[in-house]
Design a protein around this ligand. Structure first.
Ligand SMILES: [Zn+2]
Length: 112
């Protein structure tokens, strides 16, 4: 799974197709993501200490990662994600379109 929390993604299919938003949560086990404002359901909640008013809450439901594509923060295009290893052993996610580093995945390896 190459999508990470707080990535900007574009929804590719379903009711929210074409919407661009931020990833709130990634679930690697089920290969799903929660995207802000996407796949919202209304939930009825009882009065509780956390919700003294009770009533309706809107919450995001997870959607399959395969239905979203990363929007590159550098070039602004929707893109696939590549992986680049630097000379020091550190690992980066890179944009396939502009080759810019998107984020670091793992730190440099210690030399022995
Ligand atoms: Zn790019």
């Amino acid at each position: 799974m190459r999508i990470k929390k707080n990535d900007q993604v574009l929804v590719l299919s379903g009711r929210y197709r074409g919407k661009q938003s931020r990833v709130l949560k990634v679930d690697a086990a089920s290969n799903t993501v929660k995207v802000e404002g996407v796949n919202i359901v209304k939930k009825h909640v009882r009065r509780s200490r956390r919700n003294p008013q009770g009533g309706m809450l809107t919450i995001e439901m997870p959607i399959p990662v395969s239905n979203v594509q990363l929007v590159c923060p550098v070039c602004g295009k929707r893109t696939r994600i590549g992986v680049r290893f630097a000379g020091d052993g550190s690992k980066f996610r890179v944009c396939k379109k502009c080759n810019a580093d998107i984020s670091q995945v793992s730190p440099a390896r210690e030399k022995r």
